[in-house]
Design a protein around this ligand. Structure first.
Ligand code: ADP
Ligand code: MG
Length: 614
């Protein structure tokens, strides 16, 4: 048969990548502003027309580009910011993937003008749908100006999916707020349809917040400051009496990068426990400085999610720091709580136990197993072809053969009520080892296997959830008292859309209002305290989702819940838990990737190892 595999032409690859990077005008705003910051600009202007649908232009006074670099900057994987994979762990810039400009140029009309300080003249380039239309020498001031016009001009489906100008403008302004809040040392201006909306001079952080949100904000702010060996926290929280019904003014920055984290949001909310009127949300503007080596910002294409090595510690520190500030500024009666003494500086991360956050997730998540039994529905796992092929050939004398092992595994699966139940049947051959509470290392016939525990468990939970949602057979656990949760009207609409699917996982809703909902039942194994985190995560995932034809509510729900429920990095696993995780993973349909298409494991062959020893 003739060969049928072809490499995608660059412009097609760029369009596909654009789907990840550019979801709406606000995504372009984010990428261009970040590039200007990376270029060391001290003044950045953002100009938009029709909420960015017609024009997004960013003008900076940064270091500019040479003629060659200007041309290269539109190539995919063209970046000046990393050279080796190791650089990834020392990142101090915003961008590093080198795909933003290439992606944007694939789906818009782009005009770039740029000049470096030492040069007399600069370069102007026009690109339309990845085609270079012209490149000229121009007179232009030092720095870079990029105009992105007619976004999605060549992908009508995407253009039609853009929301009204009001909604898109909201997203653009949100992005502008996030970036300008993270950089008070840079002056920013925003011009919308010809008139100036914001003009933010260089200032301190408090002043920047006030310049954005209005003079009245000043009296509402309570400073938060905490320096420990693991992280530095600085910024402000809003006084409880000014808490809002919607969760608008909530900003988390990690190393000056805006991130979303339902988990850390919960840490702050819990510091406000008892101080807020029900249904209101605290404002916060918090910066976390951590060692870049302890985070993984590569986790999400649009980079609003970060993976922390030690989330539990961050949670405890954050909660305690906020509580402390509220107490110190007499916002809360001091007797209401005790400051965690382990936080007093000098704080030694290694020697002190931090208090474990109240929220406890049942990591051993497999809520529907019993239901499946009860209903007599039995879904046999697919024959684990991948699993077997990896392990075949490992038999050694004196140990059980792996073939037996895999059989035992499949039987046990029917009878277990929890992924990590202590299962005596699984007698493994001591082939797993946990590294840094993060990776599980095991041997395979060709060498070794390194599994990312969090990602692997996401895959497992995801497939289990999908199955249960499709067979609609989940049991739910009745709550003693209905749980009342408050959200904005928009958030409630999202939950409503997903109501049926959520019910298939075991949620029971009794009441929906404009701004609140009531839950009377939750999936087994989902602790009550986790419910609001899961829903918040879900809402934020839906909001970030690119609405395209492949959008599937069930899939999104399963992905989101899998993310919330999967065991985390940092959790130590017993031998049998490790083995069980490995087994479960390779019994999955697609064991090698997470639901978000990231690798769950890597293999290192003996050949590769040999090469390292040359
Ligand atoms: P990344 O930011 O991930 O490196 P981009 O596609 O956003 O990738 O940009 C590609 C390269 O173009 C950057 O690495 C940088 O060298 C250059 N560049 C982009 N925007 C600017 C700018 N405003 N000023 C100077 N250089 C820029
Ligand atoms: Mg960039």
């Amino acid at each position: 048969m003739a060969d049928i595999i072809q490499l995608l032409p660059d412009h097609v690859a760029n369009q596909i990548a654009a789907g990840e990077v550019v979801q709406r005008p606000a995504s372009v705003v984010k990428e261009l502003l970040e590039n200007a910051i990376d270029a060391g600009a001290s003044t950045i202007k953002l100009i938009i027309k029709d909420a960015g649908k017609t024009l997004v232009q960013v003008i900076d006074d940064g270091k500019g580009m040479s003629a060659t670099d200007a041309r290269l900057s539109f190539e995919r994987h063209a970046t000046s910011k990393i050279r080796t994979a190791d650089d990834l762990f020392q990142l101090h810039t915003k961008g590093f993937r080198g795909e933003a400009l290439a992606s944007i140029a694939a789906i818009a009309h782009v005009e770039l003008k740029t000049k470096q300080e030492q040069d007399d003249v600069g370069t102007a380039i026009v690109i339309e749908g990845s085609n270079v239309v012209s490149q000229e020498v121009v007179v232009t001031p030092k720095g870079t100006s990029i105009s992105v016009k007619n976004l999605f001009f060549n992908i009508p489906a995407r253009r039609n999916f853009l929301k009204s100008n009001t909604v898109e403008l909201r997203h653009v302004i949100d992005e502008f707020h996030r970036v300008s809040l993270a950089h008070p040392n840079i002056s920013f201006a925003l011009y919308n349809n010809g008139s100036e909306s914001f003009n933010l001079p260089i200032s301190n952080y408090r002043q920047r917040i006030v310049n954005i949100f209005g003079n009245k904000t000043n009296e509402k702010l309570v400073p938060v400051e905490e320096n420990t060996e693991v992280l530095e926290i600085s910024g402000f929280v809003g006084k409880p009496e000014f808490a809002k019904k919607t969760r608008g003014e909530q900003y988390f920055f990690v190393n000056n990068r805006f991130i979303k984290s339902a988990y850390l949001n919960h840490a702050i909310a819990s510091a406000f426990d008892g101080l807020l009127k029900s249904g209101t949300h605290p404002s916060y503007f918090l910066n976390l400085e951590v060692d870049p080596q302890t985070i993984d910002i590569n986790i999400h294409p649009t980079k609003t999610e970060i993976k922390f090595d030690d989330e539990h510690t961050l949670y405890a520190l954050l909660r305690s720091a906020v509580k402390h500030s509220l107490g110190q500024f007499n916002i809360a009666p001091v007797l209401d709580f005790e400051r965690d003494p382990s936080l007093d500086t000098p704080y030694s991360y290694k020697n002190n136990e931090t208090s474990v956050p109240k929220v406890e997730v049942d990591r051993s998540f497999n809520p529907f197993q019993e239901e499946t039994k009860a209903k007599g529905t039995s879904y046999k796992k697919e024959p684990a072809a991948n699993w077997e092929s990896l392990y075949v050939g490992l038999e050694s004398k004196g140990t059980k053969t792996h073939h037996d092992f895999s059989e035992v595994h499949f039987e046990s699966e029917e009878s277990t009520a929890s992924i990590f139940d202590d299962e005596k049947q699984i007698e493994n051959v001591n082939t797993t080892y946990q590294l840094h509470n993060k990776y599980i290392v095991s041997t395979i016939k060709s060498g070794m296997l390194v599994i990312d525990q969090h990602r692997a468990h996401q895959r497992i939970v995801y497939e289990e959830l999908l199955k249960n949602m499709t067979i609609k057979g989940a049991i739910s656990q009745q709550l003693l008292f209905p749980l009342q949760l408050h959200f904005s009207t928009q958030e409630i609409t999202i939950v409503k859309q997903l109501k049926d699917d959520l019910e298939n996982t075991g949620f029971v809703f009794s009441n929906f209002n404009d701004e609140s909902l009531e839950i009377t039942g939750v999936p087994v194994s989902v602790p009550e305290s986790e419910v609001s985190i899961i829903l918040e995560q879900l809402i934020s995932d839906v909001e970030n989702e690119v609405p395209d034809s492949n959008f599937s509510a069930i899939d999104l729900l399963a992905k989101s819940m899998a993310k919330s429920l999967a065991i985390k990095t940092g959790q130590s696993l017993q031998k049998d838990e490790q083995e069980h995780l490995v087994n479960k993973l390779f019994a999955c349909k697609e064991p090698n990737i997470t639901p978000a298409n990231r690798s769950t494991f890597i293999t290192l062959s003996v050949d590769e190892l040999d090469k390292k020893f040359i």
